[in-house]
Design a protein around this ligand. Structure first.
Ligand code: GAL
Length: 655
């Protein structure tokens, strides 16, 4: 099941939290939803205490009524399990379920968010309410899908409570079998940490100096698995009574604690929440990156934008309102990158509580407002594009995305505080974006053979099988580009024997004898005229050719950029943070090597194609304020053009 059965065309709507309003307001909301073309709403996300006011006592009258009203209006329901907001009675009865932070702080009630994922009481209570909901509504014709929990992993994920410690030990027993194996994997001989009994092992809580890094890495893996077990327990409870697709909302590039590659295999449809980091002037590029990762997690099947904002959020340092037209442009940008459902948080703006200053589809200002007019406009645009739903986006270039590598690289005591994997991925992605190159993200063990070029920016950790996969890709004819501090450690953060980067030495045809991090703000120059910062390596060539050398700095006259032929392919290496224009040259040389077409697009223009067997549709999105002339189309500032093959351009918004 990869889509909502029986539903074609785009889905449009948002979270609806009717518990805030009287039933007269519900009737008005539903009329307004119809005016806006809303055809799907997520309800019940935070309704636990209304549905189960006391443990084991259920009252579904509120849901019966609102589901009945939505259903009569022809609006589909994405029914949530309310398990991200356990009621006050739960916390009173099961205080041991409160999450505990690494520094020992036990969190309290009065908000929402995750319980200790390893609390057996929570697991029992959550699956009970999920099961009751599925029993009652699992075959309701208007309940077309399930929304389990809300944003697993946010706002916190890892918990250091007693239940988590017990569950961590069990998880380690499964992973390692014996304490000897665990002691070896964690390198516990160093600093005298050897374990003699399983119950000596603790969660890696705050300690006097750096905690064992392999232990911390395993705790991250364990936490992702523990959260996933919460999801699958609820999912299976629902599945016993309902055959509708089941999902949970991801935060693709923005959830540091969950391994979505694993999770994506467990949901029926991939759903994602995305909020702009509004203050960044390149936030449209970051939106594209998030959408591309989401599509990749969905294995190119259509996906749901489960939440985004109509305008400002309320949780950033400065909550910048969207400019006129931006609501639709952001939405269509997700659509251009493969999404088939555009949803917002939330339908009607709250008047009290934590999110009263967050924008909504229906703002405090009411229907005579710019935001509402744009919401209605977008409903019409999506309806007019309905034949695009179901078509695919394809990419010839991939960037490796490994959350395990992120986790490991973020641990303490790395060679430089300026090492930043996220910054490197964003830099490479942005360069490709500016060249109109559509990118997939891939797990390091994925089948890479379909890609002409694969980029691995800051891929610090590579398990043996992953490194072998990358080697085979190049040997088979692939073009690989690697940036510094990649392939440095294996699965347990251990350095393989020999010079760096042990996991990639052979494919890159070089050995790094020493890391040469630069001082804060220090710049180095290459003999091509390029500028580098942050890093340099002491490189010894073992087969690769030097493409550029350093003229100064700690690696003066040493090698900076290389290319190595390996089998039928080639691997490029860059050992410093190149200035943006110089990184562009490097990226172009890799694309040329791979035979991938690229052209620098006019500033702010984005082009993406969606294709099906019967049609090819190009989205031209102008993120700048000025009109752009492109292939005979005049794309107004802020506008989106949708160009159907063999047809005239259709201006779609903002002009
Ligand atoms: C999301 C969350 C929503 C709402 C939204 C506000 O992270 O799932 O419930 O809080 O943020 O931007």
């Amino acid at each position: 099941m990869t889509w909502i059965p029986g539903r074609t065309g785009f889905r449009y709507g948002g979270d609806y939290n009717p518990e805030q309003w009287s039933s007269e307001v519900w009737a008005e909301d539903i009329r307004l939803m119809q005016d806006a073309g809303v055809n799907l709403v997520s309800i019940g996300i935070f309704s636990w205490v209304m549905l189960e006011p006391r443990e084991g006592e259920y009252d579904f009258s509120f849901l019966d009524e609102i589901i009945g009203m939505l259903s009569d209006a022809g609006i589909d329901i994405d029914l949530a399990t309310p398990t991200a907001a356990p009621p006050a009675w739960f916390w009173k009865a099961y205080p041991d379920s409160h999450p505990v932070l690494r520094d020992g702080t036990r969190l309290g009630f009065g908000s929402r968010g995750m319980v200790s994922p390893s609390s057996p009481d929570y697991r029992r209570a959550a699956t009970a309410i999920a099961s009751k909901l599925a029993e009652r509504y699992g075959t309701h014709p208007a309940v077309v899908m399930w929304h389990v929990h809300n944003e697993y992993g946010a706002p916190i994920s890892d918990s250091y409570d007693d239940n988590s410690v017990t569950a961590f030990r069990a998880w380690l027993r499964t992973r390692y079998g014996t304490l000897d194996t665990l002691n070896r994997a964690w390198g516990t001989q160093f600093w005298g940490q050897t374990y003699g009994e399983w119950d000596e092992i603790d969660a890696p809580r705050q300690s006097a100096s750096v905690s064992n890094q392999a232990q911390r890495l395993d705790f991250q893996r364990f936490t992702s698995d523990a959260l996933l077990a919460c999801f699958t327990a609820e999912r299976d409870a629902i599945r016993a009574h309902s055959d509708r697709p089941i999902t949970t909302n991801f935060m693709a590039t923005n959830c540091p604690s969950v391994d979505y590659w694993k999770w994506a295999k467990e949901v029926d449809i991939v759903a994602n929440d995305h909020y702009l980091a509004a203050e960044r002037t390149d936030n449209h590029v970051m939106l594209a990156m998030d959408a591309d990762l989401t599509r990749s997690l969905a294995a190119s099947e259509p996906w749901i934008l489960m939440e985004h904002s109509s305008s400002a959020v309320n949780w950033q340092p400065r909550n910048i309102a969207k400019r006129p037209g931006e609501l639709a442009r952001n939405s269509l940008q997700h659509v251009a990158r493969g999404c088939d459902a555009v949803m917002f948080f939330q339908f009607r703006a709250s008047r009290y509580g934590a999110e009263k200053f967050h924008s909504a589809m229906l703002p405090h200002a009411g229907t005579n407002s710019r935001v509402w007019r744009e919401v209605v406009g977008l409903g019409g645009e999506l309806a007019s594009l309905s034949e695009v739903a179901g078509s695919r986006v394809s990419a010839r270039v991939a960037i490796v995305w490994s959350i395990e590598s992120f986790w490991a690289m973020d641990l303490d005591w790395r060679p430089s505080a300026d090492l930043d994997h996220r910054e490197r991925i964003e830099a490479f992605y942005s360069s490709l974006w500016r060249r109109g190159v559509t990118v997939d993200f891939v797990h390091p063990s994925a089948d890479l053979t379909g890609y002409a070029a694969v980029f691995a920016p800051s891929l610090y950790l590579l398990a043996d099988a992953e490194a072998a996969n990358i080697r085979e890709y190049v040997a088979g004819g692939g073009i690989l580009a690697v940036s510094y501090f990649s392939g440095i450690v294996m699965a347990n953060d251990e350095v393989p024997a020999g010079a760096y980067p042990g996991q990639l030495r052979e494919v890159l045809g070089l050995a790094v004898h020493e890391f040469l991090p630069l001082r804060d703000g220090e710049l180095v120059t290459l003999d091509t005229g390029a500028t580098g910062s942050v890093w340099a390596d002491d490189i010894v060539l073992t087969g690769a050719e030097a493409v550029a050398n350093y003229t100064n700095g700690p690696a003066a006259s040493g090698v900076a950029i290389t290319r190595n032929r390996h089998g039928r392919g080639a691997a490029h290496y860059v050992s410093t943070t190149l200035a943006s224009v110089d990184l562009d040259r490097f990226v172009e040389s890799v694309l040329d090597d791979a035979g991938v077409a690229h052209a620098v697009l006019p500033d702010g223009l984005e082009i993406v194609t969606r294709e099906s067997e019967s049609q090819r549709v190009r989205f031209l999105l102008n993120h700048s304020d000025d009109a752009i002339e492109y292939e005979g189309n005049q794309v107004e500032g802020g506008a989106v053009f949708v160009v159907r093959e063999n047809a005239d351009a259709v201006p779609h918004y903002g002009a």
